[in-house]
Design a protein around this ligand. Structure first.
Ligand code: FAD
Length: 368
């Protein structure tokens, strides 16, 4: 009999593990308290790279770069299964006011990431003012989040996976060091293996499962604009602010890093600030009202390093959580790493930095 894996959480982290297990012939049930991909995985920008990758600890860069190299093929397979276009687009990113561009260039060269000091694209005029400290990263790609999660969900269903929405996992039934069932408000689900991929809720315990990883929600607000088509065709980044053009002409502007608990409200002051800063780079946004303003909860973890490991107290419980600002980017490589761990295979990536024990040694510093 094939094994039954129960995945808690239908964001990109849970769905990508579900897909990887289904491909290996396992039976998979995904439990989701809300709607598939309705939380951070829906709310995010879909840039497929850390914003300034040279600013992060090496485990973030390794996992992200590994994923970035897999992404085009990974998305193509998902789309082939689902028939849903995730809008993968290698549109590049122009970073302005890079603090030490020569060091950043050297980092890129060392890590095999294409980077150059000038961008060949037609750019909004205000970008000329930042030419001194700009870096063009032509290989950075994006996906359109709601499309990616819809595509992943359809691919999981296509391979025979079950997705139970509006189904809150509340606890587990255990026997010795194993979980035998996941308890939910819609009944109990027998499990040979359990994968915890609950995003920003990953630091909350299910009754019967302690300890939990050090994960907490970090709110990010986003604006969406619909200017005339063709005003921007690459991602712009400057001082924490980014503008992401979608293929249909929409432009996303983000974001904030707010320690506000599980509160997803938005505020006018942030809307005005993000709008003002975005219009400084792209004047076409100046006279427009955003068509939408929302907030999402990132699964925050110290150092932005996720936990991808077996639970320390349960042989058949695994964690894929805490990807913080880059969970969409890191999804394929994280899923591959976790499934290798579950099966006892040697992984292409060194699993050590993502282990439970390694996470215990990391603490929140001053900056989010
Ligand atoms: C504003 C913003 C911008 C971002 N931009 C980018 C970007 O450009 N690039 C990038 O790579 N990443 C970005 N991110 C981060 C990225 O979105 C997240 O890291 C990623 O989506 C996390 O995926 P996840 O599946 O772990 O979490 P989630 O998408 O939050 O999914 C977890 C799911 O688990 C469910 N759940 C929780 N508890 C339970 C339970 N007890 N029972 C059942 N279900 C449960 C939740 O309802 C949720 O749907 C951004 C995030 C935000 C908010």
């Amino acid at each position: 009999m094939t094994e039954r894996a129960v995945v808690v959480g239908a964001g990109v982290s849970g769905l990508s593990v579900a897909l990887a297990l289904l491909r290996r012939g396992e039976r998979v049930t995904v439990l989701e308290r809300g709607e598939t991909g309705g939380e951070s995985s829906w709310a995010g920008g879909g840039i497929l790279s850390p914003l300034l990758p040279w600013d992060y600890p090496e485990p973030v860069a390794s996992l992200a770069l590994h994923s970035m190299a897999m992404y085009a093929d990974w998305v193509a397979e998902i789309e082939a299964l689902s028939g849903v276009d995730a809008e993968f687009w290698r549109c590049g990113m122009l970073a302005s006011e890079v603090a030490v561009p020569d060091q950043a260039l050297a980092w890129c060269a060392e890590h095999g990431m294409a980077a150059m000091r000038s961008c060949p694209l037609r750019l909004p005029a205000p970008l000329d003012a930042y030419k001194e400290n700009q870096l063009w990263l032509p290989d950075i790609a994006q996906v359109r989040n709601p499309r990616l999660v819809a595509s992943l969900r359809a691919a999981v269903l296509r391979l025979g996976g079950e997705v139970h929405e509006h189904c809150l996992a509340t606890g587990v039934q255990t026997r010795q060091a194993r979980v035998t069932e996941v308890r939910t408000d819609a009944g109990d689900f027998p499990a040979d293996n359990v994968i915890l991929a609950a995003g920003a809720w990953g630091g909350l315990s299910l009754t019967g499962i302690v300890p939990v990883p050090n994960i907490r929600p970090i709110r990010g607000q986003m604006l969406l604009f619909k200017p005339a088509a063709g005003v921007l065709d690459t991602i712009l980044y400057r001082n924490g602010l980014y503008l992401i053009p979608r293929r249909d002409g929409h432009i996303l502007v983000g974001s904030t890093l707010e320690d506000a608990g599980f509160d997803k409200t938005t505020d006018d002051a942030t809307r005005q600030r993000l709008h003002g800063e975005a219009a400084e780079l792209l004047p076409a946004l100046a006279g427009l009202e955003p068509v939408r303003h929302w907030a999402g909860l990132r699964p925050g973890s110290p150092g932005n390093v996720p936990v991808i490991d077996r639970h320390p107290d349960f042989d058949n419980v695994f964690v894929n959580a805490g990807h913080y600002r880059y969970g969409v980017t890191m999804a394929p490589a994280s899923a591959a790493l976790l499934v290798d761990l579950m099966e006892g295979n040697t992984s292409a990536l060194d699993p050590a930095p993502y282990r439970w024990e390694a996470a215990l040694a990391r603490h929140w510093g001053g900056a989010l």
